[in-house]
Ligand binder design. Sequence first.
Ligand code: ZN
Length: 65
Amino acid sequence: MKLNPNILCNDCRKAFKEDDLIVIDVMNTLCHQFCFPVELYEIKDRGTYKEIGEKYPYFYNEVIH
Ligand SMILES: [Zn+2]
């Protein structure tokens, strides 16, 4: 399986790399940790893109939004 290269940071609109630290919010929006609008949304999980991708395997498939 390959991480979906078409999923972009919701803030800076750049593609994630496997070892980028990202956060996923309750709306399943992905952002870099340093891009995340603090306290705007509730964080569901955080970790590297690879870790998040393994926990939430739909990131390996099609873009959701
Ligand atoms: Zn970003």
